[in-house]
Design a protein around this ligand. Structure first.
Ligand code: AGP
Length: 606
């Protein structure tokens, strides 16, 4: 999704705008631009492609401004091009935008009928034209912005410059996040705390519908009705260290290796290690629930599927897991005695947020398992269940996934205890197992050399199948998603039992098949699936544990031996091999691992 930065300062802003945009690269983009007020006039510099292209433009034509805005664009309306790159100018107004304005076509027609012309295909330029029209009617900037926002339907985060107002940057948010950064004699707006992180760690989070005018002496914040409001100034930990690659080549590589720590910090927040019991914040009464509804997208949805297996198995509590974009439009039958859990690393995914709000509208109690604890979802739900893995920059989710699964595993144990399905002794045993997970995840990461060897050959594949049974089925889905989203190889995850109902037709000597099979109650059936596949020439990569290695049918192309572990934490322990496989295949293919084509880290538009 697009990234926004705005600075009102006394020092030159060009290099700081660029520095901030580089921190926003993880959000995914295809063009970038900045604008500033130079001698009372607004000047723009824009470029298609990566920020390096914009830096080349600035080398030829610097922007000597002390007030400016910047933007990385992930194209929605209008192809990636300089013409469509932000910032966009209409009259005195130059602005940047993240989101989608749903009524922009009718607004554009109305403005064209009034004589306006447009240089771009974007919905953003329509906002600039509206605001310029409101200013032309004599309204002051704040009143003009309010009048403009009242005409928009859809999602926006905005950064605005106005010619002649060279100590002012304005911002607004509805459906896309925006924060205010508090400096000394200078002020900032940004898409998130990371954007303003290089300049300040004192941040105010705007609420839905808020808009703001920042000047060198501070910020004036207004709610959607135009009433002045105060938003708390928080000190955030988005320190530079948390978003550097260290000595890794890619953020994704670093984040895979950060998982033992991420799981450890997360699990520690959900267990009382002294008592050896779970300790789930928020006071949810699992015994009083008749159902849990999980809504999520992508990898977070897959984490939710794992939650279903764990919670239903341990707590005998029905769990529905739905793809958020489908869920909200099919008028689902919901129980007011159910708990809705939104799973979201960013806490800003539009589809998940909409599905969550749909459930809350039906009177359901709500919770969110999120990494961004100041995100929109976190601020709207009854209970926040944070994951504690630090900012995840790589577009492909890894450490957030295992942290999410860590939370869901703790929830499953707590729910089982609350519903009398396990006694105190069994709960203490399970907590001990959970506390072993970080060490076993670290051991699993040590399989990297073996996996790297497989990646060489797999990088030539056209199709790859991932198979698993029980909790390994969602993991098969995750392995396939990881591979396809960063290496661009077509991959499908399937329930291994489904093989003979169709996918086996895909199997030939060119098709690598990854079978995930710890030596558990499903192993025998997975082993026979392996034989079925090999009988048809399929090249099997068998991921199992030492016991499974002993009992596996011979003939696998390669066997990856994960550490032996309790079934309760197998999803955590079997995640690193599939993540590392996808990572090394993508590296072999020279793909843009941290910012895969067409993808964004947080999809804040529907
Ligand atoms: C995961 O590797 C993908 N980048 C994507 O599927 C992601 O999980 C999905 O967009 C949901 O994002 P969220 O967790 O921030 O809601």
């Amino acid at each position: 999704m697009c990234g926004i930065i705005g600075i009102v300062g006394t020092a030159p802003v060009q290099d700081r705008l660029i520095e901030s945009l580089k921190r926003l690269e993880y959000r995914g983009y295809d063009s970038a631009g900045i604008a500033g007020i130079v001698g009372g006039k607004v000047e723009r510099r824009r470029a298609e492609g990566k920020i390096r292209a914009l830096e080349d433009v600035l080398a030829a034509a610097p922007l000597p401004a002390t007030v400016g805005i910047g933007h990385t664009r992930w194209a929605t309306h209008g192809a990636p091009s300089v013409r469509n790159a932000h910032p966009h100018t209409q009259g005195r107004v130059t602005l940047v935008h993240n989101g989608i304005i749903e009524n922009y076509a009718e607004l554009r027609e109305r403005l064209q009928a009034a004589g306006r012309t447009f240089e771009s295909d974007t919905d953003t330029e329509v906002i600039a034209a509206l605001l310029d029209s409101e200013l032309a009617m004599g309204r002051d900037p704040v009143a003009a912005l309010k009048a403009t926002l009242d005409q928009l339907s859809g999602a926006y985060a905005l950064g605005v410059l106005i010619e002649g107002e060279d100590g002012l940057v304005m911002g607004a948010r509805r459906g896309s996040p925006l924060v205010v950064g508090h400096g000394d004699g200078e002020m900032f707006i940004g898409s998130d705390a990371l954007a303003v992180g290089p300049f300040t760690n004192r941040v105010s989070y705007l609420d839905e519908g808020d808009f703001v005018a920042i000047g060198r002496d501070g910020a004036k914040i207004f709610d959607q009705s135009g009433r002045p409001v105060e938003r708390a100034v928080r000190t955030v930990p988005a320190s530079a260290a948390l978003v550097e690659k260290g000595n890794y080549r890619h953020f994704m590589e670093k984040e895979i290796h950060d998982q033992p720590e991420g799981c450890q910090r997360t699990i520690a927040a959900y267990v009382d290690t002294l008592a050896g019991r779970t300790a789930i914040p928020g006071g949810i009464d699992f015994a009083g629930l008749d159902r849990i509804q999980i809504v999520a997208c992508g990898t977070s949805h897959i984490a939710g599927l794992l939650g279903k297996y764990l919670i239903e198995q341990l707590a005998d509590l029905p769990v529905d897991v739905e793809i958020a974009s489908e869920f909200r439009y099919r008028q689902p039958a919901l129980s007011p005695k159910a708990l809705v859990i939104a799973m979201s690393q960013s806490g800003e995914t539009a589809d998940t947020l909409a599905a969550l709000r749909y459930c809350m509208g039906k009177g359901m109690k709500s919770a969110a398992v999120v990494n961004a604890v100041e995100s929109t979802m976190a601020r709207e739900v009854d209970v926040v269940w944070p994951i504690h893995c630090g900012p995840e920059i790589g577009v492909a989710s890894t450490k957030a996934f295992t942290a999410q699964v860590s939370v869901l595993t703790a929830l499953a144990v707590a729910a089982a205890a609350a519903r009398g399905r396990i006694d105190a002794a069994e709960e203490q045993r399970m907590v001990r197992v959970l506390l072993e997970a970080p060490r076993l995840v670290a051991e699993s990461i040590e399989l990297e050399d073996a996996v790297r060897g497989i990646a060489q050959e797999m990088s030539k594949a056209r199709d790859v199948l991932y198979l698993g049974r029980g909790p390994m089925y969602p993991l098969a889905l995750e392995g396939a998603l990881k591979l396809k989203e960063i290496s661009y190889i077509h991959a499908e995850g399937y329930a291994a039992g489904e093989l003979k109902h169709g996918p086996i037709a895909l199997v030939d000597e060119q098709t690598p098949i990854v079978i995930l099979a710890p030596f558990d109650s499903y192993f025998e059936k997975s082993a026979s699936n392996m034989s079925e596949v090999m009988a048809r020439g399929g090249q099997v990569i068998f991921v199992t544990d030492p016991e499974g290695q002993k009992h596996a049918p011979s003939g696998a192309r390669v066997v990856v031996t994960a550490p032996r572990c309790d079934p309760l934490i197998a999803p955590l322990v079997y995640s690193p091999p599939i993540q590392l496989l996808a990572y090394h295949v993508a590296v072999q293919k020279g793909a843009d691992v941290d910012q895969p084509r067409n993808l964004a880290k947080s999809v804040t538009v529907e």
